[in-house]
Design a protein around this ligand. Structure first.
Ligand code: CMC
Length: 392
């Protein structure tokens, strides 16, 4: 009954009204609360962007100090949580660990289930932003078989995260400020992106009134796929597979071949029909990181630059408006920072957590909010009578 519009992939359905993020895909514009992403990434910090996404305005100095203090206050995870990690196979993919552990946080913070209380909503939000780096670093340490490193709260958000990932016991570890800045910028670039698949998943899960940690776990599950957040891992694997510049034409031909499922990972976007503005900043950050680390000739970067050049002038890519997206250069940068490919999507999840929370909060606080309940166009059998098994 009823007439419903068929819109596979929601290409023309607005699922909500939102004040948080604006994208003009034709022009390649991305604004958070009105501020262009390049300004936030070049001049601001990730925690400042978190504040902006959550509260709608950039913080003044005392608001920022207070926010930083409150986030820092929540960086530790309950010691019992360590046991969750040891329950996973030691070769578990860190994204599998993230889905499980973040969902399990709902069992550690029962008070967060009362989403009608604005105070509880805010504490749950701060806890997630604060604990995500700790848990992501624990997933990494578990994955590589090293002991967990606890947060050191006099460091910045991103420096603390790098230290939790790369410090080893009995060894001095100094965070390189240039690399910490690059990490922070990468987090800013991933912080929010309006109603993408994982954010819509978080909103849909949250629309039933579910516990916010469980909703974020649902977002992490959705992000994992190679068409979404998993593309950064897939893009680097692809660049490694291509291996050298002379192999590129073969892969370009494969990407154009309708009978070959291969796609150029890190290319194309549902909304951007122009250069993804995040990809430009990511490319610059990539060069900065390689320069800081003294990596002069990265063969993967050579392949990436050449691949981009060829694709941007190829008729197929031009006609379909396929440009590099954020994931194209993030993989090379994250690899240079020392992360294995299996951690790439975890870093995306860490940064996107604030976007998921801001969108979840906006939805819960909207008086018109209803449970999400898409309809369908039924194409199955008409009503018919049950046939006993012997007669089938
Ligand atoms: N390589 C080759 N052809 C492509 C590519 C690509 N990367 N992306 C799209 N196309 C073609 C596709 O075959 C289709 O051709 P046709 O119209 O002849 O059937 C056309 O372009 C439109 O593609 P679509 O799949 O209908 O577009 P979509 O909006 O549903 O998909 C996308 C968007 C991002 C899933 C897709 O471009 C893709 O799979 N890209 C590779 C994966 C990737 O880099 N994902 C990261 C996205 S950005 C970060 C994030 O969201 O997490």
């Amino acid at each position: 009954t009823g007439v419903f519009t068929y819109d596979p992939g929601f290409t023309s359905t607005a699922s909500c009204e939102s004040d948080i993020t604006f994208i003009d895909g034709e022009k390649g514009v991305l604004l958070h609360r009105g501020y262009p992403i390049d300004q936030l990434a070049e001049k601001g910090s990730f925690l400042e962007t978190c504040y902006l996404l959550l509260y709608g305005e950039l913080p003044n100095k005392s608001q920022m100090d207070d926010f930083e203090h409150r986030v820092t206050h929540h960086t530790m995870v309950h010691e019992q949580m360590n046991r969750f990690f040891t329950g996973f196979r030691r070769d578990a993919h860190p994204m599998a660990i993230m889905c499980g552990v973040i969902g399990a946080m709902s069992a550690f913070y029962h008070d967060s289930t009362d989403i009608s209380d604005p105070r509880q909503r805010m504490i749950a939000s701060l806890r997630m932003i604060a604990k995500m780096p700790t848990i992501a670093a624990m997933a990494y340490k578990y994955h590589v078989g090293q002991p967990f490193v606890y947060p050191k709260n006099d460091l910045s958000y991103s420096a603390n995260f790098l230290r939790m990932c790369f410090a080893v016991p009995c060894d001095e570890y100094e965070v390189n400020p240039v690399l910490a800045k690059a990490m922070d910028r990468i987090f800013i670039l991933h912080a929010d992106h309006e109603q993408n698949a994982s954010t819509s998943t978080v909103r849909l899960a949250g629309s039933s009134g579910a516990n916010p940690f469980a909703c974020i776990a649902a977002g992490i599950a959705c992000l994992w796929g190679p068409a979404h957040g998993g593309a950064n891992e897939a893009a680097l694997n692809m660049l490694s597979e291509i291996g050298s510049v002379d192999q590129i034409p073969e892969y370009i031909d494969r990407a154009k071949d309708k009978n070959d499922p291969f796609r150029l990972m890190g290319f194309g976007h549902r909304v951007y029909k122009n250069y993804d503005p995040r990809a430009k900043i990511m490319q610059k950050t990539c060069h900065e990181v390689l320069a800081e680390l003294g990596i002069k000739d990265d063969p993967l970067l050579d392949v990436a630059l050449e691949l981009e050049k060829i694709a941007l002038t190829d008729e197929y890519f031009v006609e379909k408006k396929l440009y590099p997206n954020i994931d194209f250069y993030s993989g090379i940068t994250l690899k240079a920072l020392g992360f294995p490919t299996t951690m790439f999507t975890v870093l995306f999840a860490l940064a996107r957590t604030v976007g998921w929370i801001a969108q979840w909060k906006e939805m819960i606080e909207d008086p018109r909010q209803k449970i999400g309940r898409p309809r369908q166009l039924y194409t199955g059998a008409p009503q018919r009578d049950y046939v006993p098994m012997d007669n089938r």
